[in-house]
Design a protein around this ligand. Structure first.
Ligand code: HDD
Length: 734
């Protein structure tokens, strides 16, 4: 009898929770159904319905008549619908995500006994959700904000949730301050304004009064807060975790994700416009890349500090407002994350996924980081109010390994656990705790001694040194953007107390920065600043960010044409872009068919000039063709497209007659264009005035870059933006 109960419980667990070695998609298949033509409409309780259109009425063919409340089908539809919404996340409400896999390159058994960090033969299924912090579920993707980067690893030892951001530090050191920093950032309580913005009095009032946020607000005012794509962001676990090896030794660790595509951002004017023109820009970008098979990848890195070195730094390594500079603690890259599958349904997968920092697996531990410890409480708690006490049973959240415990009941419990006992110890010895050999999680035996008090140690009280380090490490373009970001944000603060005090705070970082911003926003110009230590950490700059091999894969390139376009140049560009895995998007004056100059070819544009905007692409190509160019020249929106793309520092390519069009649209002394069969590249404008290849062979040569045009055009796109244009002050046209 003793063996019977556990065996039946085990069976149920397998049936409901999926096989031990199972991959998450197979597990989800148990709860997934497709809608087909063979299905018939039913009620929720399975009875087929004869109509989805008419409520039961006391009516006649010539009279409407009142609705009858007795109609159970209609009532079920309406009442079910009335309760469709669940509370949105209290922060990070706006987001989307995808499935993928994690692969380890190199075992770190010297540091951890977690199989996910030691077994290089494994592929661990994962789900990643990206998000903004402040906005509500329906807000825009491209607002200035920190981005969430939350990863759920479905390991064979249970779920590991690494809930990070695209910025390596945080606003607060101690979790008790979380409600304050979030209240200050969210819409103001009296009028619920502004939505998804930090540009308001309360946010900046808090930042001034709460000096430990200084380092973080510098990051939040940098380009990191307006990423071009979630695929082009770094991710950081932010908090300090620990790794425990088989010998029971412990190391402190920070986890990072580094994107294969490099770290790139939008420019501010573009981000502002996109928020209205395409509020779903980031989620569509991820979806498009995965659908096109250009799977985003990140390298997984660790920064490790041995336990004995914990106090060797001039900052506390448990302080989440500090980075561990790479010259002090280099990053070791040990694995790779790939996203390769879009969700099937948003609500049941993206909305219902529930991350908890407290979800860790054997071989990984927490530290005394006071932010992390509070987070470990908060996430579990919030899931209970958002999804209910049985949130871990939801298909997207349940582990791929067996789950068996004495939890019972609660709203929407759906696991059916057979057996007569629901407690431990029990007379059947059903479901006993595991031993270490069986893979049980055992806490690291940490010696703890202290005074019970509301204290933080002295190193936590230094708040400016790393804010200076960050500022000193920025390239001139990045500094320029940070100045403009402060100028924008503080301009939206109407209370002079707020903007004038904030300007004084900036003098704690850099006097030049403070003075420039003060002049812009109208505060008293500070005359004295805190001494700057002058140290730099180049890895903090994203324009100086190392790594990413030049690629145009997944970059959107608009091809502007009208009737009479040069078919040869068009074909060459289209073919070359597609071969390089970029996304060519043909844009015409309308979405009707456009006929080429040769009269025999035509193309159906993807979009028209009014419906789509230059903000939605990375680069622009305009082929020649006298009639096409004349039509575009007379179209104000087409000219605006070219000017705007130029102002947003995008690479522009033009051939034949279109060279003159670009020259007229930009009309800036200093920007050169080609006047012959020679390619000209000037401030990211790539032109060739005479392009008349006669044969298919020649077109292919152009496509391959042998004539230099495509080569230069593609290189410009791979560099993301033409920063020289901004440094020369040529981008002021938008
Ligand atoms: Fe948090 C959500 C990241 C501090 C409390 N947080 C949430 C999400 C991310 C982060 C990415 C969205 C997860 C998802 O996609 O569902 N949070 C961070 C980082 C922090 C941080 C990197 C600093 C290191 N958070 C933090 C603190 C607290 C919370 C200090 C509370 C004491 N966070 C929450 C939460 C949320 C959340 C209220 C809201 C929705 C959710 O958890 O699932 O519990």
């Amino acid at each position: 009898m003793a063996g019977l109960v556990p065996e039946t419980m085990q069976k149920v667990s397998h049936a409901v929770l999926g096989p031990r070695e199972g991959d998450k998609l197979k597990d989800l298949a148990h709860n997934t159904k497709d809608m087909t033509n063979n299905d018939r409409l039913t009620t929720d309780y399975g009875v087929k319905q004869s109509t989805a259109d008419d409520w039961l009425k006391a009516a006649s063919p010539d009279k409407a008549g009142p609705l009858l409340l007795e109609d159970p089908f209609a009532r079920e539809r309406i009442m079910r619908f009335d309760h469709e919404r669940i509370p949105e996340r209290v922060v990070h409400a706006r987001g989307a995500g995808a499935f993928g896999k994690f692969k380890l390159y190199e075992s770190i058994e010297d540091l951890s006994c977690a199989p996910i960090l030691t077994d290089t033969s494994r592929e661990t299924p994962i789900f990643v959700r990206f998000s903004t912090v402040l906005g509500s579920r329906g807000s825009a993707d491209t607002v200035r904000d920190v981005r969430g980067f939350a990863v759920k690893f479905y390991t064979q030892e249970g779920n590991w949730d690494l809930v990070g951001n695209d910025i390596p530090v945080f606003f607060i050191q101690d979790a008790i301050k979380f409600p304050d920093v979030i209240h200050a950032g969210k819409p103001e309580p009296h009028n619920e304004v502004p939505q998804a913005q930090s540009a308001h009095n309360n946010f900046w009032d808090f930042q001034f009064n709460h000096t430990e946020a200084t380092h973080m607000f510098m990051w939040a005012m940098s380009d990191r807060a307006i990423p071009r794509s979630w695929r082009m962001m770094q991710g950081f676990g932010v908090n300090t975790y620990t790794l425990i090896n088989a010998k029971g030794e412990r190391h402190f660790v920070k986890f990072t994700w580094t994107p294969e595509l490099g770290v790139h951002s939008l420019v501010w004017d573009e981000a502002l416009k996109l928020a209205g023109q395409d509020p779903d820009f980031h989620r569509k970008d991820l979806w498009e890349a995965i659908s096109n098979g250009v799977f985003p990848k990140w390298k997984f890195g660790i920064q490790v500090v041995p336990e004995a070195d914990e106090h060797k730094f001039d900052f506390d390594i448990l302080d989440a407002t500090k980075v561990w500079p790479e010259d002090l603690v280099p990053t070791r890259y040990i694995g790779e994350l790939e996203l390769n599958r879009n969700p099937d349904e948003f609500f049941t997968q993206v909305e219902q996924i529930a991350f908890c920092t407290s979800h860790i697996v054997p071989g990984i531990g927490f530290s005394d980081d006071p932010l992390l410890q509070g987070r470990n409480f908060s996430y579990f708690d919030t899931q209970i109010s958002r999804l209910g006490v049985n949130f871990q049973e939801l298909p997207i959240n349940r582990p791929v390994c067996p789950v068996m415990n004495f939890n019972r009941d609660g709203a929407l419990r759906h696991t059916i656990t057979r057996g007569t006992v629901n407690y431990w110890p029990n007379r059947f010895e059903a479901c006993p705790p595991a031993t270490v050999a069986e893979g049980a999680y055992v806490e690291y035996a940490q010696k703890v001694a202290g005074i019970k008090a509301r204290l933080r140690n002295d190193k936590f009280k230094e708040h400016f040194s790393q804010a200076q380090l960050f500022w000193n490490s920025m390239s001139p373009v990045e500094k320029h953007h940070i100045v403009n970001a402060f100028a924008f944000e503080l301009d939206h603060c109407e209370d002079p107390v707020v903007y004038s005090r904030m300007v004084q705070r900036l003098a704690d970082i850099d006097l030049d920065l403070a003075q420039t911003v003060a002049q812009m926003v109208g505060g008293d110009v500070p005359q004295q600043g805190r001494a700057n230590h002058g140290r730099r950490a180049p890895a903090l700059s994203q324009t100086e960010f190392p790594g990413a091999a030049p690629t145009i894969a997944s970059r959107r390139v608009a091809i502007l044409i009208a009737d009479g376009y040069d078919q040869v140049a068009y074909d060459a560009a289209y073919a070359a872009l597609s071969t390089a895995l970029a996304v060519p998007l043909v844009i015409g004056p309308s979405r009707s068919k456009i006929t080429a100059a040769n009269g025999s070819s035509s193309t159906q544009p993807h979009h028209h000039l009014e419906g789509f905007r230059s903000t939605m692409v990375d680069a622009l190509f305009i082929p020649g063709g006298a009639q096409s160019v004349q039509t575009l020249a007379k179209n104000g929106r087409a000219m605006h497209w070219i000017r705007e793309a130029f102002g947003h520092l995008k690479t522009i390519g033009a051939t034949g007659e279109a060279v003159g069009l670009v020259n007229t649209a930009i009309a800036l002394p200093g920007v050169g264009v080609s006047t012959s069969g020679e390619v000209c590249e000037s401030y990211g404008v790539v032109t060739i005035a005479e392009l008349r290849p006669e044969s298919l062979g020649e077109v292919l040569e152009i496509a391959k870059g042998a004539k230099g045009f495509m080569e230069k055009f593609f290189y410009g796109i791979s560099q993301h933006r033409c920063w020289e244009r901004e440094l020369a002050g040529l981008n002021a046209m938008v």
